[in-house]
Write a protein of this length. Structure first.
Length: 94
């Protein structure tokens, strides 16, 4: 599972870099438009995931700004990582 999370974060980071590069130096043709639409959708979805993260995990963990940034950048892969941390903490307390 840990390998999948790391691979997912790498792929997500690469996608962010491609979308940001497209904003600075647009690619030729329709791919530029597609990447701009994906960029807008990615920002929207990652903001939504950050809101979910705050709602679900604020009562369970002490959260810092870096935690929110990680969820915004890596989305579901960070959410799964924090979920595992909460489950491990609860297993320790039982």
């Amino acid at each position: 599972m840990k390998v999948m999370l790391v691979l997912g974060k790498i792929v997500t980071g690469f996608a962010w870099l491609m979308m940001l590069y497209n904003l600075i130096m647009p690619f030729e043709g329709n791919i530029s438009v597609v990447l701009n639409i994906l960029f807008a959708m990615t920002i929207f979805m990652h903001c939504f995931q950050t809101l979910i993260f705050h709602t679900m995990f604020k009562p369970l963990l002490q959260l810092k700004k870096a935690d929110y940034l990680q969820v915004f950048l890596f989305g579901v892969f960070s959410l799964l990582q924090y979920r595992k941390r909460v489950m491990d903490n609860q297993a320790k307390n039982d």
